[in-house]
Design a protein around this ligand. Structure first.
Ligand code: PLP
Length: 435
């Protein structure tokens, strides 16, 4: 008989390794997954940074069920359904002032493509069509589509795919172990790295630059926090040169940092903000781009019967996604989840920093309910040690995420102290075993 695991080519997965020893999930609830054999596993990663309210929350489940029975699909071009508007109004109540328009997508990657296109088209619409250049940052992750990998800075996500988008450049990343190792919260050193944008302005001229995109906290590259003053400085340089600032808040959005969005936690408002994941608690694919009013308004010229922005997806504002998002926002509001990470931050920080001194640990980073534990790579085998920790933790009842040799913890925002003790305690044992 043909191997039943054969046909599925899995994304971002070591396929051959997986198929020799599959890790399957059959059920979920609250802070936990269960395997088909009934083994309970603590979810220390909120699925994939998305199940912020915990798994299988009743309001969200019911909202999806009701919606599927009532209106399964509504074409989003020149048509709409009421929940799309209701959700947009609810969402902009949560954003920093000024980010008052919502454009729906179906994923973080699509949010990024949408924001990049919006930035270029915005400048063109107001008569500065020479501003086409996009600036990303080394080690950035902005999804997997061509725009996103072009502005992104993770080498393995770029190197297989040719020349990527033209007219893209990168500022330096902010990771600085020599100066900032074991910082609690935002690191002290590195605000001046934002000045790298001035270098690119000097090289290309501001009149060619449309936008800069950064993650407030870079997640997928291994949890890199913004140094104190860095995002503020980036904002000031963008303002000085008429460059749009895009925050990719796909993982920092919806309560991860202790405020609804990272923008509020760090006190810096971007011009465009990409979200996904926690917008529906991960239950139905959805993303969105928040835009400043002036960006939207720049498009609202020309004859009124014409489309203003030639962009959108078949599944933009999908009824199931809108229903799931409304159920999610209700759940967040009722349980105070969008600020809960701030209450748990101190306990979580003490717990993750207690791992200092364990074998191969070279740095620990934390903010809100995000933790990063960086390990020294094994000689000539980068990523192997991190993967070994991931497998060992899974075997011992904790699902966590590793990227290369950094372990990322991002539990659902309903996490209790006992869960934190379990995940960090298990991880401590793993580190001793795997060393
Ligand atoms: N941007 C950031 C910062 C992300 O962390 C991710 C996913 O992890 C994405 C974009 C891509 O999102 P998606 O996988 O939904 O396309």
């Amino acid at each position: 008989m043909k191997n039943q695991l054969d046909a599925y080519w899995m994304p971002f997965t070591a396929n051959r390794q997986f198929k020799q020893a599959p890790r399957l999930l059959a059920k979920s609830s609250g802070m936990h997954f269960w395997t088909p054999e009934g083994r309970q596993v603590l979810d220390a990663a909120a699925g994939l940074w998305c199940v912020n309210a915990g798994h299988n929350r009743p309001k969200i489940v019911e909202a999806i069920q009701r919606q599927a029975a009532e209106l399964d699909f509504a074409p989003p071009f020149n048509m709409a359904h009421p929940k799309a508007f209701e959700l947009a109004e609810r969402l902009v109540e949560l954003t920093p002032p000024g980010l008052s328009k919502v454009f729906y997508t179906n994923s973080g990657s699509e949010s990024v493509e949408t924001a990049l296109k919006m930035a270029i088209a915005y400048h063109r619409a107001r008569g500065e069509g020479s501003r086409t250049r996009l600036i990303g940052r080394e080690r950035g992750y902005h999804g997997v589509n061509f725009g996103g990998i072009s502005v992104g800075g993770i080498v393995s996500n770029r190197k297989m795919f040719g020349t990527l988008l033209a007219g893209v450049d990168h500022i330096r990343h902010t990771h600085d172990l020599a100066r900032n190792a074991y910082a609690v919260g935002q690191p002290e050193h590195g605000a001046e790295l934002a000045d790298d944008l001035e270098r690119l302005v000097a090289l290309h001229d501001a009149s060619t630059i449309a936008a800069v995109i950064v993650e407030p906290i870079a997640g997928s590259t291994g949890v890199l926090l913004p140094p104190k003053g860095y995002l503020e400085r980036l904002r000031a340089i963008c303002d000085k040169h008429g460059i749009l600032l895009i925050f990719d808040e796909v993982i920092t959005g919806f309560g991860r940092t202790g405020t609804p969005f990272g923008a509020q936690r760090f006190g810096v408002t971007p011009d465009l903000m990409c979200v996904a994941k926690g917008i529906t608690n991960g239950c139905v694919p959805m993303g969105a781009v928040f835009a400043r009013q002036f960006i939207h308004d720049a498009f609202m010229n020309g004859p009124e019967h014409l489309i203003e922005f030639f962009h959108g997806y078949t599944y933009s504002a999908h009824p199931l996604a809108c229903a799931a998002a409304l159920g999610t926002l209700d759940t967040y509001a009722e349980e105070g989840l969008l600020t809960r990470a701030a209450q748990m931050e101190g306990y979580f920080a003490d717990a993750v920093h207690s791992l200092k001194g364990l074998p191969n640990v070279i740095d620990i980073r934390n903010l809100g309910l995000v933790g990063g534990i960086e390990l020294a790579p094994a000689a000539n085998e980068p990523g192997k040690r991190g993967f070994a920790v991931f497998l060992d933790a899974w075997e011992h009842g904790v699902f966590l995420r590793t990227t290369a040799d950094t372990i990322a913890l991002s539990p659902p925002l309903i996490v209790e102290k006992a869960h934190i003790d379990q995940m960090v305690g298990t991880l401590a044992d793993c580190l001793k075993r795997v060393a």
